[in-house]
Design a protein around this ligand. Structure first.
Ligand code: ASP
Length: 434
């Protein structure tokens, strides 16, 4: 047990947690799980989130400071955003293709539809309110939101990840532009801080199998009744098929073709992060582990990982965008609405943008889905149809989100010659000056 790789320990925790949850639900000790087991899952997620901000600050400043040249930063930035957009676009298109082939909405009977709409209308309304708050803003609001007016205020919430990234990149640019002698102590400080934070992640991860046990047991005890799951099986399978193609076919193939790393090496490296994504439903909470795994096990240089992954965790959500496209068309089908080609093409646009705007926390995707629905002229109250099954799908789409971030970090690292670089061989040896 001691020498078992981490991902196996987490899988054991996961299965044991599900079994314990089922037992607790059937033997009526769900309250015990909520009172005495759930807190350990919450503590684990909190400690990962706690580490996310210092990690991003330390590693991003160190990474950018070491680039020593603004043109390198802009090259890496351009590639990162470009590839992220490409994978998201591909995921939405795949989702639309699948949902149009399977037509899962036609499988929902009229009675089930009315039942779902009645049962989940309250929950749908509160999500619609949240979406309306996001929508009532001008078109350039996301740009305004990027620039905080006070860095300490921004740092008080993990929701402001992009603001922090903006500040840190700006700070890093300043660091590159000042004389090396002055920059060195600052860089050394963040280098040391980075080491400390990585060690803290190692310590947190020792508890991961137990935490995953707690998270899964709680999830089972708190989940709604199974009957409604069954009615939504066609929809759920369509989303899962799309996510499965992305996770098990698309990303490993890209990794294989671009970096030469095989299936087994890729999954051995990334699986602990995938399992955590599954258990926490949050790419933000998983970020510290994604960063550690890609650097220590998949050969991505720190300069690339610290830049590409925090940005990816915030804006790159292939799983979410795929789910949003399937869900939008499913809701339309179930409500008996026919979507024109133009409306479906509109969904590609809005689902891509909505996924970028989705926060990396549980259930954020369903709130942004409302904006996709409204743009396509589908009644937003229709989300009541998919709420009962949203959490398990959230867990799976978060796995796709995290796997995509890791894949793109490997591709970007390879493209700038920073994959599997021995420590002493840095950027300049591999990447000719423009
Ligand atoms: N839970 C997802 C994530 O953190 C976002 C979503 O709800 O789709 O990546």
């Amino acid at each position: 047990m001691r020498n078992l790789p981490l991902h196996w320990k987490i899988i054991i925790g996961l299965i044991a947690g599900i079994a314990f949850g089922i037992l607790a639900a059937s033997m009526n000790f769900g309250e015990f799980v909520k009172d005495y087991i759930k807190p350990f899952g919450t503590i684990f997620i909190n400690s990962l989130k706690l580490i996310a901000l210092p990690l991003i600050v330390a590693s991003l400043i160190k990474g950018i400071g070491e680039l020593k040249d603004i043109s390198k930063l802009s090259k890496m930035g351009g590639r990162t955003i470009g590839i992220y957009l490409m994978t998201t676009f591909l995921a939405v298109t795949l989702g639309l293709l699948l949902v149009n082939i399977v037509n899962p909405g036609d499988l929902v009977s009229d009675e089930t539809r009315d039942l779902l709409m009645a049962e989940y209308s309250d929950s749908a309304t509160s999500k619609i309110d949240l979406a309306n708050q996001q929508k009532g803003m001008g078109p350039l609001q996301p740009l305004i939101d990027l620039v905080p007016s006070n860095i300490f205020a921004a740092a008080t919430s993990n929701k402001n990840m992009l603001q922090i990234i903006f500040f840190v990149i700006f700070f890093g640019i300043g660091l590159i532009l000042i004389p090396e002698k002055k920059a060195k102590p600052v860089l050394d400080f963040f280098d040391g801080l980075n080491e400390v934070v990585l060690k803290m992640i190692d310590i947190i991860m020792l508890t991961a199998p137990y935490a995953v046990f707690a998270l899964m047991a709680t999830l089972i005890v708190e989940s709604p009744s199974m009957d409604l799951f069954i009615a939504l099986i066609g929809y759920a399978l369509t989303v899962l098929a799309g996510l499965g193609i992305m996770i098990f076919v698309f990303y490993p193939t890209v990794v294989r073709v671009v970096t030469g790393k095989g299936y087994k090496e890729f999954f051995n490296g990334i699986s602990p992060a995938q399992l955590l994504a599954f258990s926490t439903s949050s790419s933000a909470a998983t970020l510290p582990v994604t960063m550690e795994r890609t650097q220590e096990h998949l050969g991505v240089d720190e300069e690339v990982a610290s830049f590409v992954l925090p940005i990816g965790a915030t804006i790159n959500m292939d799983g979410t965008s795929l789910y949003q496209s399937v869900a939008a068309v499913f809701v339309a089908q179930a409500l008996g609405l026919d979507l024109s080609l133009a409306q479906q093409l509109g969904i590609i646009m809005t689902a891509t943008l909505a996924s970028i705007g989705t926060a990396a926390v549980p259930s954020a995707g369903i709130v942004m889905l409302i904006i996709v629905l409204e743009q396509a002229g589908i009644p937003a109250a229709g989300i009541a149809l998919i709420i009962p099954i949203d959490r398990p799908l959230d867990m799976c789409r978060t796995v796709a989100n995290v796997t995509s971030d890791a894949t793109v970090s490997m591709v970007v690292a390879k493209s700038v010659g920073l994959l599997d670089t021995p420590k002493e061989k840095k950027w300049d040896d591999h990447y000719p000056k423009a």
